[in-house]
Ligand binder design. Structure first.
Ligand SMILES: [Zn+2]
Length: 73
């Protein structure tokens, strides 16, 4: 079974462990779940991650990720 996920870096850290390394399936559907590569928390969806990458580091991105992470709970 091939590993169909890949890691990428988010400009803001995981709300749970502050790691910037995230994992997503290689399919890259907008609705794919993005997980923290270090603590495995489901942090956001792929389209939200793309939005955060586009905005870059900053309070706006932190707020976006926080909001997304809260919604997953
Ligand atoms: Zn984490």
């Amino acid at each position: 079974m091939p590993d169909l996920s890949e890691d990428f870096r988010l400009p803001v850290g995981c709300p749970n462990c502050s790691s910037h390394r995230m994992r997503v399936s290689q399919v890259h559907n907008p609705d794919d779940k993005v997980f923290c590569a270090s603590c495995n928390t489901h942090v956001c969806l792929y389209h939200e991650a793309q939005e955060i990458i586009r905005k870059g580091a900053g309070s706006e991105s932190e707020a976006l990720l926080e909001e997304a992470a809260n919604r997953q709970r």
